[in-house]
Design a protein around this ligand. Structure first.
Ligand code: 16G
Length: 246
C-alpha cells in the first residue's frame, strides 16, 4: 500500500528514490515523450542532491528505456519507436531514422550444418551450411548508457553470406555491400514474456512483455536470405501497417 511504499522509498538510497519519482512522473504523464529533463547540475541543485546521485538515477532510467541521452543535447523522455509492420526495413534503418545510434552485441556467431527446421525455413537441402548469429540489439546513449531493445537469432545460408565476419553491426548493410537485394519478406508476430535468460540479457525483470517476430526474407533471385527470430521489447515499439481492401 501507499504507506509501505513511502516507508520503502525512504529507506532506499537517494538515487533509487529519485529514479522512482522520475519513473512515476513519466508513467503518469507529468513528463511527456520527447520532453527534455533538466540538466544534471540543475536537477542536483533543485533537489539538493549530489550530482552522483542524479547521474545514477538517470543511468537507471536509461537502462529501463524510459529516457534517452543524446550527446551534447541532454536527456529526453523516450518516445516509443513507431515501426512499420509492412516495410522491409532493418533494425539499423529504423533506429538511424530516429537518430538513435544502433549497435549489435554478438552473443553467438558461427557456421554449422542446417537443422531440419532451418532447412524448411530457408529452402535448403539437408547438409547445407548456414551462418548463425545471436545478437543483442541496443540503442545509444553515450558510453555505458545503452538501452537493450531486442534479441535476435538469425540464420543465413552460407551460399548467401560466405563468412560470418561480413556482418559487423548490420545484416542488411552486409547484404547491400555484397550487392544482394532483399525484395520481399514473410513475417509473423506474437506476444511473449521474456524468460529468465532473455530478461537477464535485456536487463529487464523476468516475465516482461515482448513481441516475438519471425521473418523470412527473399532476395530478388528468389533465394531466402535470412530466417530471423526477433524478441522486441514490448514497451518500446508501436507497430503500424496500412491496410487495403482486397
Ligand atoms: C529487423 C528485422 C530482422 C532483421 C534485422 C536486420 C524486424 C521485426 N526484424 O530487426 O528480421 O534481421 O532487422 O537488422 O524488423 P540489421 O541490418 O540492423 O542487422
Amino acid at each position: 500500500n501507499e504507506y509501505q511504499r513511502q516507508v520503502a522509498a525512504r529507506r532506499a538510497p537517494a538515487y533509487q528514490h529519485l529514479r522512482r519519482t522520475l519513473q512515476h512522473a513519466i508513467e503518469n504523464g507529468s513528463l511527456t515523450a520527447g520532453q527534455a529533463l533538466p540538466g544534471e547540475r540543475e536537477l542536483a541543485r533543485l533537489l539538493a542532491l549530489s550530482r552522483v546521485t542524479v547521474r545514477k538515477a538517470i543511468a537507471g532510467l536509461v537502462a529501463d528505456g524510459l529516457v534517452t541521452q543524446r550527446q551534447g543535447a541532454g536527456t529526453f523522455v523516450a518516445e516509443r519507436i513507431v515501426k512499420s509492420f509492412s516495410a522491409l526495413t532493418s533494425f539499423t534503418d529504423d533506429l538511424r531514422a530516429r537518430g538513435l545510434d544502433p549497435r549489435s552485441e554478438f552473443l553467438e556467431r558461427g557456421t554449422g550444418e542446417v537443422t531440419p527446421e532451418e532447412a524448411m525455413a530457408l529452402n535448403l537441402s539437408p547438409g547445407a551450411q548456414v551462418i548463425r548469429y545471436y545478437r543483442l540489439r541496443t540503442a545509444g546513449g553515450s558510453g555505458e548508457n545503452r538501452t537493450a531493445l531486442a534479441l535476435e537469432r538469425t540464420v543465413v545460408p552460407a551460399e548467401v553470406l560466405s563468412d560470418p565476419a561480413l556482418v559487423e553491426n548490420s545484416l542488411y548493410a552486409a547484404f547491400d555491400k555484397l550487392g544482394l537485394r532483399p525484395v520481399r519478406a514473410l513475417q509473423r508476430l506474437r506476444a511473449i514474456a521474456f524468460d529468465a535468460e532473455q530478461a537477464r540479457l535485456m536487463r529487464l525483470p523476468e516475465g516482461s512483455p515482448g513481441l516475438f517476430i519471425e521473418r523470412r526474407t527473399f532476395l530478388d533471385d528468389g533465394r531466402v536470405a535470412e530466417f530471423t527470430r526477433s524478441f522486441y521489447r514490448g514497451d518500446a515499439y508501436d507497430f503500424v501497417a496500412e491496410l487495403h481492401t482486397e
